[in-house]
Write a protein that binds this ligand. Sequence first.
Ligand code: SER
Length: 591
Amino acid sequence: MKHYTTKQIKDLWLKYFTSHGHKQIDSASLVPQNDNSVLFTTAGMHPLIPYLLGQPHPAGKRLCDYQKCIRTNDIDEVGDIGHLTCFEMLGNWSLGDFFKDEMISYSFEFLTSKEYLDIPVERLAVTVFAGNSDAPRDTEAYNKWASLGIPKDHIFYCEDNWWQASDVGPCGPDSEMFFITDKAPCGPNCNPSCNCGRYLEIWNDVFMGYRHTEDHKLVEMEQKNIDTGMGLERVCCVLNGLDSVYSCDAYLPAIHWIEAASGKTYGKDHDTTRAMRIIADHMRAATMILGDEYPTTPSNLGRGYVLRRLIRRSVNYARGLNIDAMRLVELAELYISQFKEYYTCLETNHEFVTTELVREIKKFNNTIGQGLKEFRKALSTISGTVFPGDVAFRLYETFGFPIELTIEMAKENNLSLDMEEYNRCREAHRNASRDNTKVFTSGLSGTGEMETKYHTATHLLHAALRKKYGSDLHQRGSNNTPERLRFDFNLDHKMTPEEIKEIEDEVNRAIKAALPVTCITTTVDEAKKSGAIGLFDSKYGDQVTVYSMGDYSKEICKGPHVKNTSELGTFHIIKEESCGAGVRRIKAVLK
Ligand code: SER
């Protein structure tokens, strides 16, 4: 097979689709402008949501691009051969123009033709949607692939072949394309879904003919779209037969830099290799986020918190390799020079990137050394399998260790963290000092006394709303200040005064019931199994805390909360208003 650089693959992609009537559009900001359901742009389709829903796109009905993306839901997997938090996605779209038949022909031609990727047909496998009660089996896609020469035993019906960016918006069945490696089948039923490594996914064609409405109904759209995505680094790795994505040209300069800075060799032992990959990945992500059209600064909230975590993890792993953390700025410079050709704002924001990095690394550096000593000291005294929550709190409070970092370091030492104790310490500290300005929370809320009360009241409100309107009602946003709570959720109508009163009464009943507030630490899966509602899944590791208020409410949440709902007083809704299509906002106070 031919060898390709990422640049060559990008160029071939754009050449192919522009020669088939597609207009190249710019890569959009990492900060979603058209979709507030995600913190970062995680796929090429996010910026196009209004157009997939019918708004005419100024560049026409056939589009193609490369898009910078950030996905941090698998951050703990980074360091293996394939997971990345930052990657580029090649995409092409039909906005109500051509559909399935033509797209599968394009895919087949781009993958197999000598002029493009030149993959032998026998190396390809595809999956198509098996069908379910909502949408039929995709025999059309199956037959199309077969007619182009994909052997039938390389075409698999698969139940999971359905793509949606979030639970509201455009979606549809998809067809995924896989490269078949030399790895022997893992068994008689080896197939692309078994993840044994024989089949490597390279491309996804979504036949976006449906949409989930705000009230969670699946409806067919009049406009039938195509949305496809190919992970650039991954396809480069597969086509060149590389051992991991980090061996592709997008990462090699960074890996070489890390080798030189650490004096260690990449690929020799597992831990060093993993650490090098994590630094290479996280620093690329941090550089792209800082150097975005809408730059984010490190903070304790939302995007800023993700950025802080990427930088602080890089610093930790750099220290482990004996690299002076301040030198990570050189790695950011390297990425800027490597990618500014494609993302010009990296150059425009050059100074901002380095200044913010220096500031954040300094901040963390100042305290981390002592914190690590503290961590090791604690380790040497532990006999069981639990890392004490009070030590975790001290690490956080005194040394600025994000709790997730302590969880991770504890996990590396086969220990689980006592979250309940941690939360207790945090609350005790807050009550003692009344200083709510610098406590490092999950990034979701502040931690003042009133804010804590509003936080607990939010859970009760959420439960009351779901009790009335059903379990399809979900949180869309939440914000607490010492003065009020604000809660956004999906609902298809304006609440009547009677409905508002009903919810108010319901919450006040739960307050009067004096429900005890309890918290356990468990895995995401266990939490979900137990019926807990999860608001942000496992963004930061698979251990989560679940707060229960009697039998009334159970949510995955990092707290803090009051100890008993009776502490809340009386609950009043002061405003109910719209805040976007199908989304309502409640503001409420406690008296
Ligand atoms: N949106 C689909 C994906 O991310 C295709 O681009 O896989």
